[in-house]
Write a protein that binds this ligand. Sequence first.
Ligand SMILES: [Cu+2]
Length: 579
Amino acid sequence: MQQLEDIRELQLQLQRQRRLPPVAQPRPGPQPQARAAAAAPPLAPPLWTRRQTLTGGGAMAAALGLGMVGAWGRKGAWAEARAALGALPVPGLHAHAGAGGADTALAGANAGPRTISATLAARPSTIDLGGPVVQTWSYGGTVPGPLLRGRVGDTLQVAVRNHLPQATTVHWHGMAIPNRMDGVPNLTQQPIAPGAAMTYRFVLPHAGTYWYHPHVGMQADRGLYGPLIIDDPAEPGRYDAEFVVVLDDWLDGTGRTPDQALQQLTGGMDSMGGMDSMDMGQTQSGGMQMSMGGMAAMERMRSAALGGDAGDVDYPHYLANGRVPTAPQTLRARPGQRVRIRLLNAGADTAFRVALGGHRLTVTHSDGYPVRPVTVDSLLLSMGERYDVEVTLGDGAFPLVAEAEGKGGQALAVVRTGGGAAPRAGVRPAELRRRLLHLSDLDATPQAALPRQRVDRVHDLVLQGDMMSYRWTINGQSYDHLRPSDAMALPLRDGERVRLRFVNLSSMWHPMHVHGHTFQVRTPGSASGAGPRKDTVIVRPLETVVCDVAADNPGTWMAHCHNLYHSESGMMALLAYHN
Ligand SMILES: [Cu+2]
């Protein structure tokens, strides 16, 4: 019965989008090939070869459930995939159209929508970060969690099993999916209790680089996060290889948990949803003292690019694909190859400034959506943001550095196309201090821009809070995680164009994120004024950022700060409309 309802919802969503035919009931039947072939869309002949490569690669990535994120050579995809099949003991993920191996997957290259099934087992885990070994929580024992990958129109079906001592959910960051799949506890679903399971199922609505993480308490500041990539066979791109680079700030298992770090910031005064009583007991006594320690750390953490305070938490480690910089992951390609690098900041309190030594970066996508390409030396990613960049690689070994903005440390991966010594862990390429990408540099491509429409209503979201009270609010209200109320939601109507103005009256920057929609930033400094499509945008102290949203996905949706310490302390609001 539940499944039937889900399918009906999927069909409704598809019909609303008018992009795809209604899907058949997803069933792991024995003839996926026949079903796929029957639904095959017309194929544009010039794209045949490229499309075959792309979709084949995507299917195999899905079929493998790559626990390790990193290099994905498209041309050598089949050989790598075959080699990796034996090397990866815990797939946990398969695409029905690709489950039979490379041949089936290739046959699926021109196929219709598939169902991609995955399992995410959230559980306590021992993780080696490349030296430091930590006790944390992860999906399936790897950090980041498995790469989930599909094509636009595929159905993603993910069984989430909760082996944690706390309730959990999974939020699919940046995805315009049905509200009840959004993963917000006590709002769009009941949280998944310890020992329980839930299956999320939705159609992948648009291409791009996305990610998943829990929306409960401080869980996302542990190892519970992973990338979700959606390919569009109609837009294969012009690149030879692809790297997925997931950045994170890390403290879990290094002497304190994220819950304890939050407790230190709040001075032990506030009660917190999602925190267990054991954590509470451990920090109660020294809370105020450590809060002052936190203040001292904050004095040190400053960033001109972020307009003041860089963050609230001093982390011992910064990770690229789950590795500390002294044991970096090596991303391999050949000299002269054009690579697409998908950058994702899964951190909780750290913006990363990214540069690739010896290279400039051509920014092609922000938060999944294409922008008019702009070439820079470095770019800043807030928590929750993604940027896709393209680079033509030189010959050698190059540092891909993600400096923890204003905090001193950094994450590192090595891009290797030839011989030469690996870069040192502390290497600081000159590109970090050259031309930095600015929001006003970015314009959506005409295809990605919202269609012109009169603005029907304007909502201000006034951001306030400070380190002393550590109470963070939107329009004067702190969000109640246990009892969220529709009554506090900002009203709008289905079909409207809504202008959101994020008005920051605090002395701290906030990465503001809206669920279920991708807004268009209005950037007065840009040539067209069109601005990029995004779902997460940096709002500096005393700055106002204006974003337009097409209300085309009814439900009750969050608009919140993606600093996990701020959001858990109340910096969340709701937008609600129904059809
Ligand atoms: Cu914030």
